[in-house]
Write a protein of this length. Structure first.
Length: 234
């Protein structure tokens, strides 16, 4: 069952005296429950593509469909609802530094209108899932990189997303911490059936966790397939 469909997506940035074709005719189909890797070098178009998936960026051409719905023509209210089903984590975690770990995880729950007490209860559950219950009262600055990413994952899961987009989520972490974060993502995928899209420039990350992979180069997809297919093709 297809959850994300990218059809002929192009994105051109037009500057004062230049034009950058960041994406050219991208076609991609991601199925429910997959861990899908999008790998490419710096400047290949990975961030632009992932930003098109949650409509932080509007494609110049083509369509992005989430569960068969074209985000470009969804009414505002439905678009907002669909977007809460697409969560994201980042290379630099993007935590709120003035808030405790627990309050960081509560934040998206407050935004979607949950009562304070329920939000805190849910946030505590989420911290347990990511193995950080004992840090609930700490501030982000007191945490290691891996712990910060665990908080970000807990926050991302708060509103029960169907899709988790990971934009270079392990690029700031050492190899051991990277492994533990990838293990957590795998666990979440298995337990909750959340579709995970991993954007990375690191081959090892894709080989460790992904079921399917797309190689992006110069704004086009060079190859797509299962990890075995793509990495053993002659
Ligand atoms: P990656 O994430 O793979 O490093 P990006 O998607 O960030 O690649 O960038 C792809 C290309 O598009 C690069 O040449 C980049 O400079 C350009 N680009 C990205 N965002 C913008 C923007 N907002 N305005 C102009 N050019 C952009
Ligand atoms: P990354 O490649 O790590 O995603 P970048 O440094 O390429 O990060 O981009 C950071 C931000 O700057 C993004 O929002 C991107 O859209 C924007 N950006 C990237 N390249 C350009 C560019 N050439 N002109 C304007 N904005 C850009």
């Amino acid at each position: 069952e297809t959850i994300i469909q990218v059809k002929d997506v192009g994105k051109t940035f037009i500057g004062k005296d230049n034009r950058v074709e960041a994406l050219k005719g991208i076609n991609l189909e991601i199925h429910k429950g997959e861990i899908y890797g999008i790998i490419g070098m710096s400047g290949a178009g990975k961030s632009t593509l992932v930003r098109c998936l949650n409509f932080l960026e509007k494609p110049t051409t083509g369509t992005v469909m989430i569960e068969g719905k074209d985000l470009a023509v969804l009414p505002e209210r439905e678009l907002r609802q669909t977007r809460t089903q697409i969560a994201m984590i980042f290379q630099h975690f993007n935590l709120l530094m003035q808030r405790t770990v627990l309050d960081n995880v509560c934040f998206p729950l407050e935004i979607t209108g949950q009562k304070k007490k329920e939000a805190r209860g849910r946030a505590k559950e989420l911290l347990e899932i990511v193995g950080l219950s004992e840090k609930a009262k700490a501030y982000p600055a007191q945490l290691s990189g891996g712990q910060k990413q665990r908080v970000a994952i807990a926050r991302a899961l708060a509103n029960n997303p169907k899709i988790l987009l990971c934009d270079e989520a392990t690029s700031a972490l050492d190899p051991t911490t990277t492994k533990s974060i990838l293990a957590l993502l795998k666990d979440i995928n298995k337990k909750y059936g959340i579709t995970i899209v991993i954007i990375t420039h690191e081959m090892a990350v894709v080989q460790e966790i992904c079921t399917h992979v797309a190689i992006i180069d110069g704004g086009t997809l060079a190859e797509t397939g299962t990890v075995e297919e793509v990495f053993t093709r002659p």
